[in-house]
Design a protein around this ligand. Sequence first.
Ligand SMILES: [Zn+2]
Length: 50
Amino acid sequence: MPARETTFKCLKCGHEYKGMYDPDNITERTCPKCRSNSVRRLPPAKPVGK
Ligand SMILES: [Zn+2]
């Protein structure tokens, strides 16, 4: 599976950012703003393709 761009949201400061999510290589995510590791992956905002 290729890595895909995913939106992450920090639960601590609410910062949202985009990053690459690779299901084969899951690493611990850290908020770039507050360095908290309480980051959740958000579902895609829009369905892709038709
Ligand atoms: Zn944060």
